[in-house]
Design a protein around this ligand. Structure first.
Ligand SMILES: Cc1cc2nc3c(=O)[nH]c(=O)nc-3n(C[C@H](O)[C@H](O)[C@H](O)COP(=O)(O)OP(=O)(O)OC[C@H]3O[C@@H](n4cnc5c(N)ncnc54)[C@H](O)[C@@H]3O)c2cc1C
Length: 343
């Protein structure tokens, strides 16, 4: 049985694992997923309060926006997630939201990472966390994959679904296998940077605002605030509320190399001016998204890039399309095609 390694347990990696299981002849392949993080989700991250695991906050992606074009193109994905209750229409009020005509927004009652967990579970792939890939080498027709701690392992094919700058940071033979023109294409990719703050509250805390989320235009630091449990339609007397704050991109860019603690304090000061008198949270999580959303995707390379054919080495992710569910789905579908054509 040949072994296929997917690097990245974010949306693209989980969709790849799910789609590969369904492909013709794919039962002959063992699919393994490695991620450097401690859990699934990537930028579709749901964090838990250290005081109560039922109190959660989506620190990355907030909701899934379905445009008429993709509602049709990716209908089977949406139908399945709606039927399973993974997605529910966003009904709570969002102040300042600009909607394109015919588009619809969906939230995830169990947190945005539940989408990724769903596809990983469906895939039957073996998933390993805290597996940080550092080097990829060619060894007698196979790939030898090294990680930060632990012994290297061999695979017959690799699919990289990590942000493009992180592909370019990998060491080993991969450095010389990427052609000059591919390297230029990859180096031209750019992402915005921003910070997210998750504030977790004790049971019974009242957050008395008439909206579930709002886009802020009057503050240089904060761009978006959400009462996360309200946004997801899961308000409960048994679980405390949570707030998510996203910074603006200029603020994220300016502070990308700053100390997280000082950035957290700055964001909290701005939050106090926008929402004076907020109760004190039981805990706070500050997340830096160095690679938040793609501002310039790979050009002339829709969905995936084949770095090597024998053995196969592909890369994909939102850096090859655009930063949302449909971008990741599009990439995963192109990866599946390339894999089936070459394996
Ligand atoms: C703040 C924010 C708000 C957003 N809002 C929305 C939204 O409202 N709606 C929407 O649809 N999308 C939104 N997005 C975009 C969306 O989250 C992304 O497009 C999508 O999650 C990208 O998925 P991915 O699998 O391609 O990459 P990622 O989610 O980045 O997954 C890559 C995975 O690879 C792992 N990894 C990286 N390097 C290594 C390595 N060397 N070894 C092993 N593992 C590694 C990472 O830990 C990560 O889990 C938002 C993103 C952010 C950050």
């Amino acid at each position: 049985m040949s072994r296929v390694l997917i690097v990245g347990a974010g949306l693209t990696g989980s969709l790849c694992a799910h789609l590969l299981k369904r492909g013709p002849g794919m039962t002959a392949h063992q699919v393994v997923v490695w991620d450097k993080a401690r859990g699934a989700g990537g930028r579709m991250a749901t964090s838990r309060s250290p005081h109560n695991p039922r109190c959660t906050a989506d620190l990355g992606a907030q909701y899934i926006t379905v445009t008429p074009e993709y509602a049709d193109k990716h209908k089977s994905f949406y139908d399945e997630m709606l039927a399973q209750g993974i997605l529910k229409p966003l009904t709570a009020p969002v102040k300042g939201m600009v909607m394109k005509e015919g588009s619809e927004n969906f939230v995830t009652p169990k947190g945005i990472s539940s989408i990724v967990k769903h596809y990983l579970q469906q895939s039957g792939a073996t998933v390993f966390y805290e597996h940080h890939v550092t080097q990829i080498n060619l060894r007698e027709g196979k790939w030898e994959v090294c990680r930060k701690s632990g012994s290297p392992e061999e695979f017959d094919a690799i699919i990289l679904t990590i942000p493009v700058p992180q592909i370019l940071q990998l060491g080993g033979d991969i450095v010389n296998l990427i052609s000059t023109s591919q390297r230029h294409q990859l180096e031209a990719v750019s992402y915005s940077s921003r910070y997210a703050l998750g504030l977790f509250y004790e049971v019974g805390t009242e957050l008395d605002v008439p909206w579930a989320a709002q886009y802020v235009t009057s503050d240089p630091c904060i761009r978006f605030i959400s009462i996360d449990n309200k946004k997801r339609g899961i308000e409960s007397s048994e679980v405390g509320p949570s707030i998510v704050v996203h910074t603006s991109v200029p603020f994220g860019t300016e502070h990308v190399e700053s100390e997280k603690e000082s950035v957290q304090q700055l964001i909290l000061q701005h939050l106090e001016t926008l929402m004076p008198g907020l109760p004190t949270p039981a805990s706070i999580k500050c997340q830096k998204w160095r690679y938040s959303q793609v501002t310039q995707a790979v050009v002339n390379c829709p969905g995936q890039m084949t770095l090597h054919t024998k053995p196969l080495l592909l890369c994909g992710g939102d850096g090859f399309t655009h930063s949302n569910f449909d971008g990741c789905t599009e990439s995963a579908l192109r990866i599946k095609e390339a894999l089936e054509a070459n394996l």
